[in-house]
Design a protein around this ligand. Structure first.
Ligand code: MG
Length: 219
């Protein structure tokens, strides 16, 4: 009889689309507002690169565990993860989320409003490297979630280290860079720097989600 653990530690996955769907429906179900935001990319011709339902719920629970109140998200897309994040916060909490594409930002604002969170989530439109310095005055932050252009992850991570309170969270999606993390490319080098520099400032782990999720707690 095969012993599973060495295989799973080496990367073997026992998930199937059916299993992923079943556990998401049990643990991370969508209500109307989440479904609207999750389905928005396909409906509006945006890239369907939002977090999966289970990963969105991971983000939500991490923020709850951290007692997060002030959160920054880099990469809004249609607002699905911003809604997940906002729901983890107390009544006076706030999510500042940054989106480069104006069409995405508009769709996200509509979804956030439909979720009843227009007062909790601010969608900032523009290049994250230009918007982030303007958010410093709202910090220090309890959590920074990065899910944006991969070539700038190292810069986003540095900003997070400077603007996150002790005990605060860093979460980075696509930390395996779609399987290209170890390649010889500027993007992969930036993503590796993100990992290594995060490790220097945060207690870190890279959760083996389908594309990796870096998790750090600020020292
Ligand atoms: Mg992502």
């Amino acid at each position: 009889m095969p012993v599973a653990d060495p295989d799973s530690r080496a990367g073997q996955r026992y998930t199937t689309p059916e299993i992923l769907d079943w556990v998401a429906r049990v643990h991370a179900p969508h209500d109307e507002a989440l479904a609207r935001a999750f389905d928005a990319p396909e409906k509006h011709g945006l890239p369907a690169i939002q977090l999966g339902p289970s990963e969105g719920k991971v983000l939500e629970l991490l923020l709850k565990l951290a007692g997060a109140r002030r959160v920054v998200e880099v990469g809004t897309l249609a607002g699905y993860s911003a809604i997940r994040a906002a729901r983890a916060l107390p009544a006076d909490g706030h999510v500042h989320t940054i989106e480069f594409e104006s069409k995405h930002a508009r769709v996200a604002r509509e979804n956030v409003a439909a979720a009843g969170l227009a007062g909790t989530v601010t969608v900032h439109e523009g290049r994250a490297l230009e918007v982030l310095p303007r958010l410093v005055r709202f910090g220090p932050f309890d959590a920074v979630f990065i899910d944006a252009d991969k070539a700038n992850y190292d810069a986003y991570g540095r900003w997070a280290a400077e603007n996150t309170r002790t005990g605060g969270l860093l979460v980075g999606d696509n930390a395996f860079l779609f399987g290209r993390l170890l390649e010889d490319s500027p993007e992969a080098a930036a993503m590796r720097r993100f990992h290594e520099e995060a490790r220097a400032q945060f207690d870190t782990v890279c959760l083996p989600t389908p594309d990796g999720m870096l998790l750090g707690v600020r020292r």
